[in-house]
Design a protein. Structure first.
Length: 60
């Protein structure tokens, strides 16, 4: 289940809560946002090779 809360004036998404199969909630809140901000293209890049190696080593 997902529950989303929006700003009543701007309709901007302000928070969401996800309920997992065990009934546990995870809530994310968004505040103090800035518009018009730029990020470098690699800011949110994921190195899947590094993660794969890390996960492989954990399994040992």
């Amino acid at each position: 289940k997902i529950t989303m809360m929006f700003d009543p004036k701007t309709f901007d998404l302000r928070q969401w809560t996800i309920t997992d199969a065990q009934g546990k909630d995870t809530t994310v809140m968004i505040f103090n946002t800035k518009e018009g901000v730029s990020f470098a293209p690699d800011t949110f890049a994921i190195d899947y090779t590094a993660n794969r190696e890390l996960n492989t080593n954990k399994a040992r």
